[in-house]
Design a protein around this ligand. Structure first.
Ligand SMILES: [Zn+2]
Length: 879
C-alpha cells in the first residue's frame, strides 16, 4: 500500500509540475525552449541507466510483491499524463505532444513511466540550464518527433505560407518565417535569411535571448530543419516545401497581380473534338425530324415580342439606371377603340365594336390539344427515347470532359476578373411566392412588435364581433412573450412530405387561421396594412443585399373581377415598389372549390374574372389607373397548385369553358391552354399599344403527370420546378434544345416531393439545361436571413458546385427573370442579348468566356445535329 500511495503521489506531482511548467512556457511564448526540452528528453534517454538505476529497484520490488498495484497505478498514471499532454500540448505546444506521443508509443509500461520521470526532470532543468541544451548547428537529427507529426507540422506551415505568400509579387519562394509573411513587409530580410542555412539556425536558437516577436516565431519551420536527416541548402529545402506542399493547392509561381493584369477575355480553352465521325444513322435521322417538328410547334405557340427590347431601347450608358423617382405616378394614356370579346374561353380582340375581323388570332383549343397529343406520342416512343437518352448522356460527359480539361483555366479567368465574385454577381430569385417571402423569424418579430405597439387596433371581424389585436391573442390564450418560432410552426417538416395539403395548413401561424388573416392577407379588415408593412421590410432587406433580386408571385383567384383592383390598390397604397423586385401573378387552380362553394357556375366565369379586367385596363388605362400602374411591374403569369392530384388526360375535343359546369377540376393542360391563349392575345394588344408584356411562366413538373411538362413545352416561356423532366428523356432533351428556363427549388422539393439527394438539378446543370436556383417559400423552408444564398450554399456544398458553376447559375437566373432591358444590361453586360461569349461580360457576371463558349458550342452542335445541319440560329437570345 505504501508503494501505491507513493505512486499516487508521484502521479499528482508529475501532473502538477507538468502543468506548471507548461503554463510557464505559454507565458514565455518562446517555442524554441520546447525544442530544447525535446532535446533534453533525448539526452536523458541517451544517458540511459543513471536514473533507472536509482529508482527502478524499489519499484520493481514493489511490483513483485504487489502485482495488483502494477495494473492500477500505471493506468492511473497514464490517464493523468495523457490528460496533461492533451490539455496543454495539443493546442499550443505541438512538440510536447509529440514527445508524449513518442513516449506513449513504447510498449513497456515501466519504460513509459521512466520516460515520464525524465520529462519531469527535463522540465525542471530546462529553465536553469537551457544554455547547456543549445545544440550547435550540424548535429545529427533528433529522434523525438515521429514522422507523422513532422508531416503535420510541415503541412501546417505550408498552409500558413500558402495563404499569404503567393500574393506577393516579390517572393515566389516561400519565406522562412510564417510570422514575417503575415505582415509582408520584410521581403529583403527574408531573402537574406534564405541565403544561409547557418544564419537561420543560429537565429532561431538565438531567439531565446532576443525579444519574442509573437507566438508564431520561426520555430515550426526550424523544427523541420532539425528533423531533416541530411542538412539541405536552405533555399532548395524551403522551395521544396512550397512545391511539394500542394495539399492546399499552393501554386508557387503565378502571382495575383499578374493574374489581374491579364485580360480575362483572352483565355482560350481546350476543346474536345469528338464529333467528326458522328454521322447519324437513318433511324436517328427520322427521330431528329420528329424532334424538329416538336421544336417548330413550340415556336409557333410561344409569344415573342415583334421588336425586342434592345431594338426599342439602345443602352449607351451602362452605369446604374436611375431609380424610378415616382413609380406610382399616373400619366393618363390614350384609350383605343379595341373591342375585346370572350368567345369560347378566349378573348378575341377587334379593331372596334363594329369590325368583324379578329386582330390577334391564336391557336384554338382543338389545335392545341391535338399538338399536345402529338408531343405525348413522341415522348412515349421507344426509339426516340433511346436517342434522346444517349444524347443527354453524351452532353453530360462532354461537360465533365470540359471540366477536367478547363477547370483551372476557368478559375484563373475568374480570379482575373477584378472586383467580381459570387457574392457580388446579380442573382434573381426566379420563383418565390410573396405570401411566404419573409423568413419565420421576421414574421415572428413583426407579430410581436405589432402586439406591443398596436394592441388596440381593430384587426378582425369574427363570430359577430370586432376584435382588437390584443383580444385576438387573449382569445388564443397567448401573450407576446409566449411567441417563438416553434409555436409559430410554419416550417415544413417530415409530416409535409408528399402532403401538399399539410404543407398548406402550415401556412397558418400558430395553427390559427385568424392570425393568417390578420398578418398574411391583403383583403382583410385592415386592408392588408400589416402584410404591406412586412413586405416593405422584406424589400428593405433585399435592397440592403444589393445583389439579390426577387420575382414575387402574388395570387389572383378568379372569384370576382374586382380582385385585380383590390390587389393593385393594395400595392399602390402601401407603395410597394423596389428596384430589386418585380411581380408575377399566380392563379391557383381551384375551380372545383369555387364551384362547390357556389362562387362560380362554370369555368368560363373563372376566365372572365381573371382576364376581362386585364383587357379593359389595356384598352382604357383610365378605367383602372392603379391596375394600369401595377401591371407595369407585372412580368409573368403563373399557375399554381398541387400537381400530384389525380386528373384525367384531356382529349382532343374538350368541352368549352362555358360547358364546363361540372364539379371536377379541369386538367392541368386545360388551364394551361386557356391561360396561354388569353395571355397571348393580351400581350399582342399590349405590345401594339407600347405597353409591357406578361410572360407565361407556370409551375410545372413538380409532381404529377408528365403531360404537364408536355403542355408547358408548347406554350410556356419558362417554368418553375421541372424536376419530373428526369422521368422523360425526350422532354428533357427538348427542354435543353429549346433552352427553356427552369427555376428549380431543390430545398422546397425536399420538403414536399423529392429528397434532396435525388434532385435532378446537378444532372440538368451538367447537361446544359437552362437552370436557376430559387427559394419557393422561404417562410416555410429556409432558416437564414438570406434564403437565396442559403439555397445556393446548400447546393454548392452537397453537389460540389464551383464558384464558376454558381456564377453561371446566377447568370441564368437574370436571363430567366422578367427585369427590364436596362437593368439586365446593367447587371450582366450591355450586350447580354447576344448569344454565346459575345453576350458575356465577365466583369459583370464573373462567368469565364470559356464556360459560355463551351455551352454555346455544344448547344449549336446539338441543334445542327437535330436540324441535320440546317438549323437557323439567331444571333440574339429569345428570338
Ligand atoms: Zn412554387
Amino acid at each position: 500500500m505504501d508503494s501505491y500511495a507513493l505512486h499516487l503521489a508521484m502521479a499528482a506531482l508529475v501532473g502538477a509540475t507538468f502543468a506548471a511548467a507548461s503554463a510557464y512556457y505559454m507565458h514565455r511564448k518562446t517555442l524554441t525552449q520546447l525544442l530544447d526540452f525535446a532535446r533534453a528528453i533525448e539526452r536523458e534517454r541517451e544517458r540511459g541507466g543513471g536514473g533507472d538505476e536509482k529508482r527502478s529497484p524499489r519499484r520493481r520490488s514493489a511490483e513483485q510483491h504487489q502485482p495488483t498495484d502494477r495494473r492500477s497505478a500505471p493506468r492511473y498514471y497514464r490517464r493523468g499524463g495523457v490528460g496533461v499532454g492533451v490539455g496543454v500540448g495539443s493546442i499550443s505546444l505541438p512538440d510536447v505532444l509529440a514527445a508524449a506521443a513518442a513516449a506513449d508509443g513504447e510498449d513497456d509500461e515501466e519504460e513509459e513511466e521512466e520516460e515520464r520521470r525524465t520529462v519531469v526532470n527535463a522540465i525542471f532543468s530546462a529553465e536553469e540550464d537551457y544554455r547547456d541544451l543549445l545544440i550547435p548547428p550540424g548535429l545529427p537529427r533528433l529522434h523525438t518527433v515521429p514522422e507523422g507529426n513532422r508531416q503535420i507540422v510541415r503541412s501546417c506551415s505550408n498552409k500558413r505560407v500558402g495563404v499569404i505568400r503567393p500574393t506577393s509579387p516579390k517572393s515566389p519562394v516561400v519565406s522562412v518565417s510564417a510570422f514575417d509573411s503575415l505582415d509582408g513587409s520584410d521581403e529583403d530580410d527574408n531573402l537574406r535569411d534564405d541565403s544561409k542555412l547557418g544564419d537561420i539556425y543560429l537565429n532561431t536558437n538565438g531567439n531565446l535571448e532576443s525579444e519574442p516577436k509573437g507566438f508564431f516565431q520561426p520555430l515550426p519551420n526550424n523544427v523541420i530543419v532539425n528533423g531533416e536527416s541530411q542538412p539541405l541548402a536552405a533555399t532548395s529545402m524551403i522551395r521544396s516545401h512550397s512545391v511539394s506542399g500542394d495539399l492546399h493547392g499552393v501554386q508557387p509561381d503565378p502571382v495575383a497581380a499578374d493574374i489581374l493584369r491579364r485580360e480575362p477575355e483572352h483565355e482560350s480553352f481546350i476543346k474536345l473534338k469528338i464529333s467528326p465521325n458522328e454521322i447519324p444513322s437513318t433511324d436517328e435521322m427520322e427521330v431528329y425530324k420528329i424532334l424538329q417538328k416538336c421544336l417548330e410547334l413550340r415556336e409557333s405557340y410561344v409569344f415573342r415580342e415583334e421588336i425586342a427590347p434592345w431594338e426599342k431601347e439602345v443602352i449607351t450608358d451602362p452605369s446604374t439606371p436611375k431609380p424610378n423617382p415616382n413609380p406610382f405616378a399616373y400619366a393618363p394614356e390614350q384609350k383605343t377603340d379595341h373591342y375585346p370579346q370572350m368567345v369560347d374561353g378566349v378573348v378575341h380582340v377587334y379593331t372596334n365594336q363594329h369590325c368583324k375581323e379578329r386582330l390577334y388570332p391564336v391557336a384554338d383549343a382543338t389545335t392545341f390539344f391535338t399538338d399536345l397529343h402529338y408531343i405525348l406520342r413522341v415522348i412515349a416512343a421507344g426509339n426516340i427515347r433511346t436517342v434522346c437518352h444517349n444524347r443527354l448522356n453524351l452532353l453530360e460527359h462532354k461537360f465533365k470532359f470540359h471540366l477536367m480539361l478547363n477547370t483551372d483555366k476557368e478559375f484563373l479567368a475568374q480570379k482575373s476578373a477584378p472586383h467580381r465574385d459570387f457574392y457580388n454577381v446579380r442573382k434573381v430569385d426566379t420563383h418565390v411566392h410573396h405570401s411566404a417571402c419573409m423568413n419565420q423569424k421576421q414574421l415572428l418579430r413583426f407579430i410581436k412588435s405589432k402586439l406591443q405597439k398596436e394592441p388596440d387596433e381593430v384587426v378582425i371581424f369574427r363570430d359577430g364581433t370586432y376584435m382588437t389585436l390584443k383580444e385576438v391573442f387573449e382569445s388564443l390564450d397567448l401573450t407576446g412573450y409566449d411567441l417563438n418560432v416553434d409555436l409559430l410552426d410554419v416550417h415544413a417538416d417530415k409530416s409535409t412530405f408528399h402532403r401538399f395539403d399539410k404543407f398548406n395548413l402550415k401556412y397558418n401561424p400558430c395553427g390559427q387561421s385568424r392570425l393568417r388573416e390578420i398578418f398574411l392577407k391583403q383583403d382583410n379588415l385592415i386592408q392588408g396594412r400589416f402584410l404591406g408593412e412586412l413586405t416593405k421590410q422584406v424589400f428593405c432587406d433585399l435592397a440592403a443585399s444589393k445583389y439579390q433580386m426577387a420575382e414575387y408571385r402574388i395570387s389572383i383567384y378568379g372569384r370576382k373581377q374586382s380582385e385585380w383592383d383590390q390587389l393593385a390598390s393594395w400595392i399602390v397604397n402601401n407603395e410597394l415598389y423596389s428596384e430589386n423586385v418585380v411581380w408575377l401573378i399566380q392563379i391557383p387552380r381551384l375551380y372545383n372549390i369555387y364551384k362547390e362553394m357556389g362562387i362560380v357556375t362554370s369555368f368560363q366565369n373563372l376566365l372572365d374574372n381573371i382576364f376581362l379586367p386585364l383587357f379593359e385596363v389595356t384598352v382604357d388605362p383610365d378605367s383602372h389607373p392603379q391596375l394600369h400602374m401595377f401591371l407595369k411591374q407585372v412580368v409573368g403569369l403563373d399557375l399554381v397548385d398541387d400537381e400530384s392530384k389525380p386528373e384525367r388526360r384531356p382529349t382532343k375535343h374538350m368541352p368549352t369553358p362555358a360547358q364546363w359546369t361540372n364539379v371536377f377540376n379541369p386538367a392541368f393542360s386545360y388551364y394551361v391552354y386557356y391561360c396561354y391563349a388569353n395571355l397571348y392575345t393580351l400581350n399582342k394588344l399590349r405590345e401594339s399599344k407600347g405597353m409591357t408584356t406578361i410572360k407565361f411562366r407556370p409551375h410545372a413538373g413538380e409532381a404529377g403527370d408528365i403531360d404537364h411538362l408536355a403542355a408547358t413545352f408548347l406554350v410556356a416561356h419558362n417554368i418553375s420546378h421541372g424536376v419530373n423532366l428526369r422521368k422523360s428523356p425526350v422532354l428533357q432533351y427538348l427542354y435543353y434544345l429549346a433552352q427553356i428556363g427552369l427555376a428549380m427549388s431543390p430545398l422546397s422539393n425536399n420538403s414536399l416531393f423529392l429528397d434532396y439527394h435525388r434532385n435532378p438539378f446537378p444532372m440538368f446543370f451538367l447537361r446544359g439545361l437552362n437552370v436557376s436556383l430559387s427559394t419557393d417559400d422561404p417562410l416555410q423552408i429556409h432558416l437564414t436571413k438570406e434564403p437565396l444564398v442559403e439555397e445556393y450554399s446548400i447546393a454548392a456544398s452537397l453537389w460540389k458546385l464551383s464558384s464558376c458553376d454558381l456564377c453561371e447559375i446566377a447568370r441564368n437566373s437574370v436571363y430567366q427573370s422578367g427585369f427590364s432591358h436596362a437593368l439586365k444590361s446593367h447587371w450582366v453586360g450591355k450586350n447580354y442579348y447576344k448569344r454565346g461569349p459575345d453576350g458575356n461580360d465577365i466583369h459583370q457576371t464573373n462567368v469565364p468566356h470559356i464556360r459560355v463558349e463551351f455551352r454555346e458550342m455544344i448547344w449549336r452542335e446539338e441543334m445542327q445535329r437535330v436540324f441535320l445541319g440546317n438549323a437557323k440560329i439567331p444571333d440574339e437570345v429569345d428570338k
